[in-house]
Design a protein around this ligand. Structure first.
Ligand SMILES: Nc1ncnc2c1ncn2[C@@H]1O[C@H](COP(=O)(O)OP(=O)(O)OP(=O)(O)O)[C@@H](O)[C@H]1O
Length: 256
């Protein structure tokens, strides 16, 4: 499924937050969204996911979701959003319980499948409090996979994790994408994540966020390494584009 955004704008109480955002996101593409704090990245993601409506422009989902998809779009958040009183399997089950057409046996099969795909097969009965941050985010990814979405909407999914765990989860996401070729919009502050995971990186300006540049990366996602000089050069370029605006946005948030 593709996403088509044209002329999208949004204001809150008269304050323009996003302006004239036009983007085509192809099926199977990971588009990273980067930009200074408060430029509207999460707002854009929420609008793509239908949690909020744009004031201007339109957001279209083009094409059919995968067969058996229960939700065409699904979110993965920074804070994992797990229910502490449910086991790992119980948390994944939650995404399926409102779908009455799925029998208990089918649900159990889907849960077992997504837990094995996220390397959680041995942790089905564990409780969230027993898990590390990285494992908790894997549960959130498993829960998202359970509904067979066409598009993942990820809002800084790795930013609550330490550097090593982030690297491991990035590798997991790359492995998962290589198998499943999902479409994703991935919001991040971390430029290293953007150059590892994004087919394209859209850089937003300060509020009201507009698209300043879109940078495409040709190296296949599965072939990217940490020390790849081309990726490091793109990371530098991104930082060059963002630095002044990030500093200005930071001052604005701190001083008024
Ligand atoms: N529901 C809302 N009501 C009023 N203002 C809002 C609402 N949601 C977001 N905003 C404002 O809109 C602007 C953009 O917020 P948003 O969270 O989308 O930015 P962001 O780029 O994701 O920021 P960050 O990088 O800091 O997470 C901010 O000034 C924020 O305060």
């Amino acid at each position: 499924m593709q996403l088509k955004l044209s002329g999208v704008g949004k204001s809150y109480g008269g304050l323009p937050v996003l302006s004239d955002i036009s983007l085509d996101i192809a099926s199977g593409e990971i588009l990273c969204l980067v930009g200074p704090s408060g430029c509207g990245k999460s707002t854009l993601l929420r609008m793509i996911g239908g949690l909020e409506l744009p004031d201007e422009g339109e957001i279209l989902q083009v094409g059919a979701p995968p067969e058996g998809s229960l939700n065409p779009l699904t979110f993965i958040f920074q804070d994992f959003a797990l229910l502490p009183w449910r086991s790992v399997a119980g948390n994944v089950s939650l995404a399926l319980e409102s779908h009455r057409a799925i029998s208990r046996a089918e649900r159990a099969a889907i849960i077992a499948d997504v837990l094995s795909r996220t390397k959680l097969g041995d942790f089905a009965n564990a409780w969230p409090k027993q898990l590390s941050g990285g494992m908790k985010q894997r549960v959130a990814i498993a829960r998202a996979l359970a509904v067979r979405p066409a598009v993942f909407l990820m809002d800084e999914p790795l930013s609550a994790l330490d550097a090593q765990t982030r690297d491991i989860l990035m590798d997991d996401l790359i492995e998962l994408w290589s198998r499943e070729r999902f479409t994703a919009v991935y919001v991040t502050h971390n430029l290293q994540e953007a150059v590892r995971l994004g087919h394209r990186i859209a850089i937003l300006s300060r509020r009201p966020g507009k698209i300043r540049r879109i940078i495409g990366i040709d190296t296949p996602i599965g072939a990217r390494t940490h020390q790849d000089p081309e990726l490091l050069a793109i990371q530098e370029e991104l930082w060059g584009l963002m630095r002044e605006e990030a500093e200005a946005a930071d001052k604005e948030l701190t001083h008024g």
